[in-house]
Write a protein that binds this ligand. Structure first.
Ligand code: SF4
Ligand code: SF4
Length: 445
């Protein structure tokens, strides 16, 4: 009998066969996609791009521009509801990348996946310990547990791996769930990974193994809904992993993005969001995490005193890290959003996702607005403040100052000082995609 992982891989392969059979290569998905223009391959006919992607899926010789398109797809999602054949082109391009990656030997890909996972896990462990004492860390990253039938939950709050690097955002989410009086538990951290790091390298076996394990943990709790914070996890589970799990593993829960849940419960939340926040704010948002921008805008607009400004910019991607394959475009995106926010005279630019927050806060002192996360505003309206320690540390821009500022937590967790310094350099100071200096930015825009 096929194992769960084998069944997962077979299902993905069957879904590819279904796409090959159904796709008419009309090119509608390529036509609405912003990525070919960013790559400057918009001259290639959309039909040719779509045909090239189907060729990749078949393992046939293919058009180079189609490969460039598939490799750069940043998940904008404009394509998702345009296909008359019911295909999700975002999934189709993900599978094309999988086929392209699978051409290289599995061993180095698997080794790279393992190294990336270890690198990411270390970053999460070090940054969360630098910022949180043990009792606070336990709230956001509780020890792994097995649920029992007495522990039926309404909700799982799923942090994904990296939210723990900016813990104040996660703590604010828990504060809100507490205020809504929901029975929930927190799952996340590298031990409950969605498998995306391995998947991106074409290590479908290990990616599937991780995703299946995490879904089984969710299932054991009996919770009816999993609230994902991270858009990458949400897409990985929602479009790739969960639709390919074997029938006996059919998820019995819905998985939705956290702000979409808040929007659904806005009437209840509004009762508590009573402290006026007199601010004009703009979102640092992307179209690809479907429904999230609309939900955040709606929730923030319900806070007395807040004006949410639409910067009116066209964007590609679902978060900044999705633009990794197009670094110049990524830098231009950040700069254009900041420039538009300055022109509109906003008080705050709000990150939506944690990974974007880590980049954006470094620019806080260079612009005339402050940079916060939208959860800071919801917290303020509820009368709750969680200090953005990551922002305090990152804006110091000095390894000694950061280590000194975290001396108490370093001592409490028994961290080695050299290791702490190395983590500050690697995961805080060197993780910088856009120069902070505005004169250097001007050359990029
Ligand atoms: S995936 Fe759909 S929209 Fe895209 S080329 Fe195929 S049939 Fe057309
Ligand atoms: S998800 Fe976006 S980038 Fe990818 S194909 Fe669709 S529109 Fe293009």
């Amino acid at each position: 009998m096929a194992t769960s992982v084998e069944a997962f891989i077979t299902s993905l392969d069957n879904r590819i066969d279904g796409i090959i059979d159904a796709c008419t290569m009309c090119g509608r998905c390529a036509e609405v996609c912003p990525t070919p223009a960013v790559l400057e391959i918009e001259e290639t006919a959309p039909e040719a791009l779509a045909t090239g992607v189907i060729d990749i899926l078949k393992g046939a010789p293919h058009d180079e521009d189609a490969e460039a398109w598939a490799r750069a797809c940043c998940g904008t999602g404009h394509c998702i509801d345009v296909c008359a054949e019911g295909i999700n082109p975002r999934f189709m391009l993900t599978m094309a990348r999988r086929r392209l990656n699978e051409r290289a030997d599995i061993k180095p890909r698997r080794d790279t996946g393992r190294e990336m996972f270890q690198w990411m896990s270390r970053g999460v462990r070090m940054l969360s310990r630098l910022q949180m004492p043990t009792d606070v860390l336990a709230r956001l990253n509780p020890p792994m547990k097995r649920a029992t039938s007495e522990q039926k939950l309404e909700i799982i709050f799923y942090t994904g791996c990296n939210l723990l690097k900016t813990p104040h955002i996660g703590l604010l989410c828990l504060d809100v769930l507490d205020r809504l009086n929901v029975r929930y538990e927190v799952y996340g951290g590298p031990g409950n990974c969605c498998g995306v790091l391995q998947f991106r390298l074409g290590d479908t076996e290990n990616a599937g193994r991780q995703a299946i394990k995490t879904v089984e943990r969710f299932q054991e709790t009996g919770a009816a809904e999993v609230l994902a914070w991270c858009p990458t996890c949400h897409i990985q589970f929602g479009e790739i992993a969960m639709p390919s799990m074997e029938p006996s593993k059919d998820p019995i829960f819905d998985m939705n993005m956290f702000p979409v849940y808040l929007h659904r419960h806005l009437d209840k939340l509004k009762v508590f969001m009573t402290t006026p926040v007199k601010k004009k704010v703009a979102l640092f948002e992307f179209p690809g995490s479907l429904g999230v921008t609309e939900a955040v805008t709606s929730v923030l607009s319900a806070i007395p005193g807040i004006e949410v400004v639409d910067l009116g910019l066209k964007r590609a991607g679902y978060q900044l890290s999705a633009l990794e394959t197009m670094p110049e475009y990524r830098a231009r995106t950040v700069i254009e959003i900041f420039q538009a926010a300055e022109e509109q005279g906003v008080d705050s630019v709000c990150s939506v996702f944690h990974a974007d927050h880590r980049e954006l806060v470094s620019h806080d002192k260079a612009w005339p607005f402050d940079i916060i996360n939208y959860m800071d505003l919801i917290g303020e309206s509820l009368g709750i403040v969680e200090e953005d320690i990551f922002k305090r540390l990152k804006t110091m821009q000095d390894v000694d100052a950061i280590v000194a500022s975290s001396a108490d937590t370093i001592a409490e967790h028994g961290m080695d000082l050299d290791e702490a310094r190395d983590a500050v350099m690697t995961y805080i100071l060197e993780e910088q995609h856009v120069p902070i200096d505005r004169a250097a930015q001007a050359k990029l825009s």
